[in-house]
Design a protein around this ligand. Structure first.
Ligand code: PFF
Length: 472
């Protein structure tokens, strides 16, 4: 049977945006920004999205579209070596790990949505009475496991329906809905008393972030950029492998990054005015999951049409989470379909079956949950992206530039070579640096040693890139 492709250009963009827009934007991003210097953090973060995120995204796109295969087959085929296939196999592990914790959080959200939706018909949602206690009761244990299975089931149903009828159709409905509802919520939040204090908290400009803490926030900002753009897991390799025709990858990649960042910013413009309008101190609930579920639930309980607002908000979060979780499940599913000719149905059942178990373990064990959601995912995404980028720079070489430029007009031809140098050399160095910071290694070796090392590495890279397949 012929391999499926996206029906339309917009379909591909919305599916990729759907993967990118998720809990990373709605829950993590506003809090990170608020806690790390407001708009000063935003500036650094935007710089990273532009200089690391977009080129990295294009790296994954180039692999996928060139090979028309998911990561394992793509790396093996393009390199002609089985060893690279093993590297690609990591993306299967990454996809399963991501979904194991994400589906648990998706379950919490689904529960809040159902609770709020039922209350629209009459009464108050149970979490209105004591938000902290309610969250504590439902976030781990049997309840969490059951709702995780429900969320996973929904994810599985969409992936089962295939690329066009499942993922493309689903995200074509979900993403516009997320945008419209979020904008409506932001407009409504602006009318609330004391909204200005919320904006000030979110976006105040703290210059010391740039002058004093620059190196300290590079790590978190890079981690956030990778997670939110779904980089390093092979999702973007997989999605671009269903691209049938030539189109401008740089243009599509930029559109995806812009839409993704906008959703994060708009969410901040909903969350903080709401909290401040109800006199809730956002720092009191911390940045953990509690921030979303305890702080906001408290605000909803005090608002005039609180139940309706809560239902709308949790609907947005559910759709955003679902459009991301399907992209996580598609990685291992595409692997089984592409590599072993397994039917989509059997692949979905098998892979969702594994996550049903691993997610349940996470639901019952908060220690394992936070290890998977934090350290494990961070390491897998960073090393995964480094591997993809080194592959593009050092194995694909000139072919990568050709693929990058195809359909991208003169802009593509002009940007191709600097882009390859960035993905082959600069970005991997930067990513390894951020990984070291994550492990608490003091990477601040001083300005001149950094410059010296960069020059040495660049010369070595220049010489190394002079391979038969290279451009320099
Ligand atoms: N980008 C998603 C979010 O921001 O919630 C998370 C994600 C999805 C990460 C898919 C990685 C991935 F492959």
């Amino acid at each position: 049977m012929a391999r499926e492709t996206w029906a339309t250009r917009l379909g591909f963009i919305l599916a990729a945006v759907g993967s990118a827009v998720g809990l990373g934007n709605i829950w993590r991003f506003p809090w990170q920004t608020a806690e790390n210097g407001g708009s000063a953090f935003l500036v650094v973060y935007l710089g990273i999205v532009l200089l690391v995120g977009v080129p990295g995204l294009l790296g994954e796109f180039v692999i996928g579209r060139r090979a028309n295969k998911s990561p394992v087959g793509a790396l093996r085929e393009l390199s002609g070596s089985k060893r690279w296939g093993f590297v690609g196999a990591f993306s299967v592990i990454t996809g399963l790990s991501l979904l194991s914790f994400y589906s648990v959080v998706g379950g919490w959200i689904l529960r809040y949505l159902l609770e709020s939706g039922a209350a629209v018909l009459g009464g108050n949602p149970a979490y209105f009475t004591n938000p902290g206690q309610y969250f504590g009761g439902v976030s781990a244990g049997t309840d969490a496991a059951l709702f995780h299975l429900l969320f996973l089931g929904l994810t599985g149903l969409i992936v089962l329906a295939g690329i066009r009828k499942g993922i493309e159709l689903g995200t074509k409905v979900m993403m516009p809905a997320v945008l419209v509802l979020l904008l409506a919520l932001a407009g409504w939040a602006a009318t609330q008393p004391n909204a200005a204090a919320g904006y000030a908290f979110f976006l105040r400009f703290d210059p010391s972030v740039i002058t004093e803490n620059f190196f300290a926030i590079l790590g978190p900002a890079a981690g956030q950029a990778l997670f939110t753009l779904s980089l390093g897991a092979g999702t973007m390799v997989t999605y671009s492998s269903y691209l049938g025709e030539d189109r401008s990858l740089p243009l599509d990649g930029s559109a995806i990054a812009v839409l993704n960042t906008s959703v994060g910013v708009i969410t901040g413009l909903v969350v903080f005015p709401l909290l401040f309008s109800q006199g809730i101190d956002p720092t009191a609930t911390g940045t953990g999951p509690g921030a979303l579920f305890v702080g906001l639930a408290g605000a909803f309980s005090q608002l005039p049409a609180g139940t309706l607002i809560a239902t709308t908000f949790f609907a947005v979060v559910t759709l955003a989470a679902l459009s991301s979780s399907i992209s996580m499940l598609e990685i291992p599913v595409a692997f089984l379909v592409d590599e072993y000719g397994v039917s989509r149905r059997a692949a979905v059942l098998g892979m969702a079956g594994i996550v049903a178990v691993t997610g349940t373990v996470c639901a019952f064990n908060p220690g394992i949950f936070s290890f998977v959601a934090g350290t494990l995912v961070n390491i897998l995404l960073t090393t995964g992206l480094v591997a993809f980028l080194l592959f593009v720079g050092w194995v694909m070489g000139r072919d990568a530039i050709e693929e990058f430029s195809s359909g991208a007009g003169s802009l593509g031809r002009r940007l191709g070579t600097p882009w390859l140098f960035a993905v082959g050399v600069v970005l991997p160095l930067f990513l390894v640096f951020t990984l070291l910071t994550h492990f608490g290694v003091d990477t601040n070796i001083g300005f001149w040693p950094t410059v010296g090392l960069t020059v040495v590495a660049s010369v070595a890279a220049f010489l190394g890139l002079r391979q038969p397949n290279s451009v320099v």
